[in-house]
Design a binder for this molecule. Structure first.
Ligand code: SF4
Length: 322
């Protein structure tokens, strides 16, 4: 760019970087899902003025018949400490910059260029609590959702939160925003306190009030995610309580059977899962069972913790130079 003044070129060379995250490893699941382990060099973070240490995060590419879904991380690790989530075991390493968040989408699309379907869904459900890294997440979303940017539609983009009320309120005021999903996972405060310590700060009744006030667009509904932890929150009375909690909201529930990982919860049984769903539906709450993709390569919900996966085959490791 020799038409720029020399001093500006020198400043740009010194202080900016144009690069994608580097793929350290790819794990391919039998169901087509690919989990990418991505190295984020220290320099990426300096533009946002955060601690510029290097970090490693994960993104997951899930191909389907007519679309692909890309699950991205917004922080390296996470401070929220949900007890069913392996990412929590890492603690918060650092926030990602907008470039690092967008870079995960770009790299997943680039890697799978030969087989892309017309529709791309992006879900902010990887490592981190997006609403605790608000500015970079919104900067990334504005580029993702801009028709002159990556042109992904708001209907195909979902931000998932553990229930950070100030962030939900702020998001509701944004001109450009994704759909909102809330990780509920319990039918009472007593239960939610045990698995999501954030509930002590933002208890269920306050969270649902914030949801009531949230300005849904005409086509939009809220999604509540409910990880079914066998023997803990999957009883019929839990389903009845959840139905009561959500009765007045324009909402649907995604039931996610617990992915057996390294944490001490049981896999819920199939009949119990179906009964839970049926109780919600009978009480007028739309409910779907979502089986996580990529379980064999530790790419499923709550499993992103940079773990090696014995079952992952084939396993590829590439050098940073590639
Ligand atoms: S579920 Fe989400 S918010 Fe909770 S610890 Fe895991 S990454 Fe953080």
């Amino acid at each position: 760019m020799s038409n720029l003044p020399l001093a500006l070129r020198e400043l740009l060379a010194r202080e900016t970087v144009i690069a994608l995250p580097q793929i350290v490893k790819r794990y391919r699941s039998g169901d087509g899902t690919v989990r990418y382990v991505l190295a984020l060099p220290a320099a990426h973070a300096s533009a946002e003025g955060q601690a510029a240490k290097s970090a490693t995060v994960e993104a997951v590419f899930m191909p389907e018949e007519n679309r692909q879904t890309i699950c991205i991380s917004t922080q390296a690790g996470c401070a929220v400490d949900c007890h069913f989530c392996l990412t929590a075991t890492l603690g918060l390493i650092r926030n990602l910059s907008a470039a690092e968040i967008i870079g995960q989408v770009l790299i997943a699309l680039e890697e799978n260029r030969a087989s892309l379907k017309p529709q791309t869904n992006v879900v902010l459900m990887g490592q981190g609590e997006p609403l605790l890294n608000y500015e970079p997440v919104m900067a990334a979303l504005r580029i993702l959702l801009d028709p002159n940017g990556m042109a992904i539609t708001p209907k195909h983009t979902t931000l998932s939160t553990s229930g950070i009320i100030p962030g939900i309120e702020r998001l509701g005021g944004e001109k450009v925003r994704p759909k909102l999903a809330i990780s509920l996972n319990a039918s009472s405060n007593e239960q939610r306190d045990k698995i999501m310590p954030i509930n002590r700060k933002y208890p269920i009744e306050d969270l649902l009030e914030a949801c009531m006030r949230y300005p849904l667009r005409p086509w939009e509904h809220l999604t509540f995610e409910y990880v079914l932890l066998g023997g803990f929150n999957d009883a019929p009375e839990d389903a009845r309580r959840v139905a009561k909690l959500l009765a007045t909201l324009r909402a649907k529930v995604n039931l996610i059977p617990w992915n057996p990982g390294e944490l001490p919860y049981k896999k819920p049984d199939a009949a119990g899962i179906e009964e839970f769903r049926r109780i919600l539906e009978d009480k007028g709450v739309r409910a779907f069972v979502r089986y996580s993709r990529g379980q064999d390569v530790m790419a499923a919900c709550g499993q992103l913790a940079l773990l090696e996966s014995a079952a992952a085959s084939p396993f590829e490791q590439i050098s940073p130079a590639q």
